[in-house]
Design a protein around this ligand. Structure first.
Ligand SMILES: [Zn+2]
Ligand SMILES: [Zn+2]
Length: 111
């Protein structure tokens, strides 16, 4: 699975608000949608920062003018054992879990 290719610049007003809510106090100037490519629905979600242990701040947008901050609980689903990878998205997200795309940059298995 590949990542949705959509990027969104974080509007200055929302960036200021996000900084006051983000755990780290800083957010990126632009974010890429974290959902899988060709995800259901027209809303894109870019990750900004954690807000606390199990919630995170997201930038949600549907077009040039439709952009807002959204706080979501982390997706509780984990991948199959033995790895049990955590999903990097939020509960109820459209599309697949991030661990369904397979481990990133894992060397080829021994033959
Ligand atoms: Zn998207
Ligand atoms: Zn998930």
């Amino acid at each position: 699975m590949t990542r949705c290719p959509h990027w969104r610049r974080v509007p200055p007003g929302l960036a200021d608000e996000a900084r006051t809510r983000a755990a780290s106090g800083c957010v990126d100037a632009a974010v890429q949608c974290q959902l899988t490519a060709s995800h259901a629905g027209s809303e894109h979600y870019g990750f900004l920062d954690e807000t606390d242990r199990c919630t995170a701040l997201w930038l949600r947008w549907t077009g040039a003018d439709q952009v807002a901050l959204a706080v979501h609980t982390d997706c509780p689903d984990t991948g199959p054992l033995p790895h049990g990878d955590a999903c990097c998205l939020f509960a109820g997200h459209p599309g697949r879990h991030t661990w369904e795309s397979g481990p990133p940059a894992e060397p080829p298995a021994h033959r």
